[in-house]
Ligand binder design. Structure first.
Ligand SMILES: NC(=O)c1ccc[n+]([C@@H]2O[C@H](COP(=O)([O-])OP(=O)(O)OC[C@H]3O[C@@H](n4cnc5c(N)ncnc54)[C@H](O)[C@@H]3O)[C@@H](O)[C@H]2O)c1
Length: 161
């Protein structure tokens, strides 16, 4: 239960279903966790309100806000050794040919550009620390056609790159 003592993990979408469970596992293994989510504050009773956990309310589509939050955490606490990108949105459940350009841009900006922005802000600190690991959550929908969600295919696939 102590395999990650001395390590720091940055987890996006940390108040979401997967992100919060992942944050809990890192904490249980002794890591320090910075959770990023667009919510104003952690949910009541969230693991991110507990010991060794820190929270930043950040919209990952805002490159400058992401970089400011990551830099401030590094200055005040520690450099991330692990980045887990789980923040994401599904967008409206309808076929791609019915989607609007605005809907596509919104999903793309969070799932792909947001993942890029957090990685861009984090990697220089990992390099300074001698290395690190990045885990991007995609979806089986990035590999297998879902007829009623084809607009979704490009986006999870984009996160694999
Ligand atoms: N849960 C599954 O079964 C499953 C299956 C396939 C793929 N995925 C993918 O895994 C990821 C996480 O899934 P989940 O079930 O935890 O989703 P979720 O909706 O429970 O959590 C996503 C989190 O991302 C946050 N978020 C959304 N937009 C954001 C933004 N602009 N900036 C910062 N945070 C933002 C939300 O507030 C939320 O807390 C998603 O990308 C999802 O597409 C999940």
């Amino acid at each position: 239960m102590d395999r990650l003592r001395g390590k720091t993990a940055l987890i996006t979408g940390a108040e979401g279903g997967l992100g919060n469970v992942i944050a809990g596992r890192f904490l249980a293994e002794g890591a320090t966790v910075l959770g990023l989510d667009v919510l104003e504050a952690p949910r009541p009773g969230s693991i991110l309100a507990g010991a060794n956990a820190y929270y930043a309310s950040v919209d990952i589509t805002d490159e400058n806000a992401v970089s400011a939050a990551v830099d401030a955490f590094v200055r005040d606490h520690s450099r991330p050794n692990v980045l887990v990108n789980t923040a994401g949105v599904l967008g409206p459940a309808k076929p791609g040919y019915m989607s609007t350009s605005e809907e596509f841009d919104f999903v793309f900006s969070v799932n792909v550009k947001g993942t890029w922005a957090v990685s861009k802000a984090t990697v220089p600190h990992m390099i300074e620390a001698g290395g690190g690991s990045i885990i991007n959550f995609s979806s089986i929908a990035g590999l297998v056609e879902e007829p009623r969600r084809w607009r979704f295919i490009t986006l999870p696939r984009g996160r694999c790159g």
